[in-house]
Design a protein around this ligand. Structure first.
Ligand code: 5GP
Length: 210
């Protein structure tokens, strides 16, 4: 009989990815989840209209402004922000259930949303995704062809103010070459997952006889 060490995860990780609209957070998170399928993506609530190809309940839970405001009043939304005239928010139950079940959760939320979550949950890990340049960001927003010129202008203005907050994040990551950026994100995740504070250590008896 050999004594083996067993690590038992205490709680799920909360990983918040923020960065300017168009920086490629969605694609990065999809790439990461292909490598780490157990990682759950938090599906946000929003009052904006679905874009072409977006699926309700998969990309977002789409709702009316009045419903969103009722949920805020009822304390059902742990953090929210107004982005380009629309509400976006995270349901408290999503966070609660993930932490309790030891489920690692990744969120794609605004800078203000991430900073708010960190205030409420200091263990949350904040990652700021930067574009290689402002020109590259504008090019990506234009090539998506999902927003009007006016909305793109608003998103670029918001991007400038968001980048100014990058210093308050735990990690900075430039999304230049997608594959490298996904690898960097994976490295952050793996290192964070292995931190000793996340585990209880116990000994178990392992029967080595076959
Ligand atoms: P989009 O309209 O491009 O899908 O999202 C616009 C912005 O809203 C993005 O920066 C995205 O990260 C952010 N966002 C999406 N869901 C949430 C959320 O639940 N809370 C906050 N604070 N921001 C969110």
């Amino acid at each position: 009989m050999k004594k083996m060490l067993k690590l038992e995860s205490k709680a799920g990780l909360i990983i918040c990815c923020s960065g300017p609209s168009g920086v490629g957070k969605d694609t990065l998170i999809t790439g990461l989840r292909e490598r780490l399928p157990h990682l759950k993506h938090s599906i946000s609530l929003t009052t904006r209209e679905p874009r072409h190809g977006e699926v309700p309940g998969v990309d977002y839970h789409f709702c009316e402004k009045s419903e969103f405001e009722e949920m805020i009043a009822a304390g059902e939304i742990i953090e929210y922000d107004i982005f380009c005239d629309h509400y976006y928010g995270t349901r408290a139950s999503v966070i609660r259930e993930s932490v309790a079940n030891g489920q690692d959760l990744i969120l794609d939320i605004t800078v203000a949303g991430s900073l708010r979550l960190k205030e409420l949950i200091p263990e949350a890990i904040l990652i700021f995704i930067l574009p290689p340049s402002e020109e590259a960001l504008i090019e990506r927003l234009n090539s998506r062809r999902t927003e009007s010129a006016e909305v793109i202008k608003k998103r670029v203005a918001k991007a400038r103010s968001e980048v100014a907050e990058a210093r308050n994040f735990d990690y900075l990551l430039i999304n230049d070459r997608l594959k490298d950026a996904v690898s960097a994100l994976e490295a952050i995740f793996i290192a964070e997952r292995l931190r000793s504070k996340h585990y209880n250590i116990s000994q178990i008896d392992e029967d080595l006889e076959v």
